[in-house]
Design a protein around this ligand. Structure first.
Ligand code: FAD
Length: 435
């Protein structure tokens, strides 16, 4: 039996029902495999366009990455904008950036329009840098305004120190458009909307294979089948070999988060903002205040999924104390891991895989806006409304490296951490002896 993982979100989740596994033969226009944010968003967009939908979930609704992440809903993609520009050219990069903003708006509008409970949205994200680079940061702010019509506020070191009491940070950019929220309650709210609109969700119903039929497909689970015209794969980092070529095009990468004890007035001696915070490291720390006086802190990636909660707690406590030594003695109440699907090109797979077979997957560490817009783009394609999925033409199913992929990814990550270390040490030394 699948149960929800023990984390902050499951401890504060809205009440939900256990959905019955698929049983017998059913029909629908579209069968969606995987009920994380990608699958739920795709289902909701299709239902809104009059399609009938069956959603098959191997475990529980949003028990995977979508129900246990940092909760940051921000513009952009897992891949950086400059790299997207280099690969696709400026016009496509600008169009992709606009899509990513639309993804943020979808989540915000859905919460407001349908009054989804327990989503706890809080505006603002501070992107801080851990080395002194005011000029480049201002240049980035100006480029975002000029090329992408997106406005960020610049904060100097003094303004940053006012909010974040650490010597490690220098300047920051503030995103007023993004927000943070309770991703599990959002997904559960979306599942309720889907069911009230006639969509069917079956939990504990792993797809085992998909067979091609004359006019469509048959999706097979252990206890039933769905006959449909279109199938959408939304397996995130949790999909196995049953997803064929899609599975060979992403790597499951593990990442981690912890929840601290209530910190009371101690918290303001370290973090004095309700904004979400992330640094610009290649292996970034990110965190935010939840419940008024706790820190929800995330970071680190590995190709091996570390499960030992005590060990995870120790590792991330070390990261917290590295930035905020004044929190020495902080107790960790919950520690958890989750898997993300990463393509080598770090962009999602939003594409047809064959006639009537679609991928809406591999959102990496930036899925809270991109999975919702991915779902909309795929729904538009299935309904013949737009071909916006063609914006992702440059990001196909590149091989993930097979058995060598995880080792290569871990080596790259270790190298990037070393580069962060050298860059930051240089800046700290300069700051300590300005002459
Ligand atoms: C710790 C952590 C922190 C993160 N922080 C952020 C953040 O702050 N902001 C952000 O934008 N992104 C963040 N991310 C990334 C984000 O959570 C993911 O990109 C996003 O949730 C992906 O959604 P998904 O629906 O593709 O995958 P998932 O939510 O993982 O859902 C995939 C689903 O497919 C199901 N499945 C797999 N195989 C089968 C099968 N054979 N049959 C049926 N079902 C199947 C799984 O059971 C699972 O429920 C974070 C991720 C993690 C793990």
């Amino acid at each position: 039996m699948f149960t929800y993982n023990n984390n902050y979100y499951t401890a504060t989740m809205q009440q939900t029902t256990q959905r019955l596994p698929l049983s017998g033969k059913v029909r629908a226009d579209v069968c969606i495999v995987g009920a994380g944010l990608a699958g739920l968003s795709t289902a909701w967009e299709l239902l809104s366009r009059g399609k009938s939908v069956v959603l098959l979930e191997a475990g529980r609704v949003a028990w995977g990455a979508s129900g246990r992440n940092g909760g940051f809903v921000l513009q952009g993609w897992s891949e950086g904008l400059s790299a997207i520009e280099r690969r696709c050219g400026k016009p496509t990069a600008a169009a992709l950036f606009k899509l990513s903003l639309e993804g943020v708006d979808i989540v915000r509008d859905t919460i407001v329009r349908h009054g989804l409970p327990g989503c706890a949205t809080t505006p603002g994200k501070l992107s801080v840098i851990r080395y002194d680079d005011a000029d480049n940061l201002r240049r980035l702010r100006d480029k975002m305004a000029k090329d992408f019509d997106f406005h960020l506020d610049y904060l100097d070191r003094h303004a940053v120190r006012d909010k974040l009491k650490t010597d490690l940070y220098f300047q920051a950019l503030r995103d007023n458009h993004g927000f943070h929220f309770h991703p599990l309650n959002y997904c559960l709210g979306l599942a309720g909307l889907i069911e009230r609109s006639g969509g069917k969700i079956h939990e504990q119903s792993p797809m085992v294979r998909v067979e091609r039929r004359d006019a469509g497909h048959r999706v097979v689970t252990h206890s039933g089948t769905v006959d449909c015209r279109d199938v959408v794969y939304c397996c995130g980092g949790y999909g196995g070999p049953e997803f064929g070529p899609l599975r060979r095009a992403f790597l499951p990468i593990a990442t981690y988060a912890v929840l601290t004890e209530r910190l009371g007035s101690r918290l303001a001696q370290a973090v004095n903002t309700t904004d979400a915070v992330g640094d610009n490291r290649r292996a970034s720390d990110y965190y935010r205040i939840v419940d008024g006086d706790r820190l929800l802190w995330g970071g680190r990636i590995t190709t091996k999924n570390l499960q030992d909660e005590k060990r995870l707690g120790e590792l991330l406590t070390a990261d917290i104390l590295d930035v905020y030594p004044q929190l020495r003695g902080v107790r960790i109440e919950k520690a958890w891991s989750g898997l993300m699907g990463y393509a080598r090109h770090k962009m999602p797979h939003i594409a047809p895989l064959g006639t009537g077979l679609w991928a809406c997957a591999s959102f990496g560490g930036h899925g809270m806006n991109t999975a919702p817009i991915g779902g909309r783009v795929i729904a538009e394609a299935i309904c013949g409304e737009t071909d916006r999925y063609r914006l992702f033409d440059a990001y196909g199913l590149e091989w993930n490296g097979g058995p060598l992929g995880p080792a290569a990814a871990q080596t790259v990550y270790a190298g990037l951490k070393i580069m962060d270390f050298f860059q930051e040490t240089r800046s700290q030394r300069k700051a300590a002896s300005p002459h």
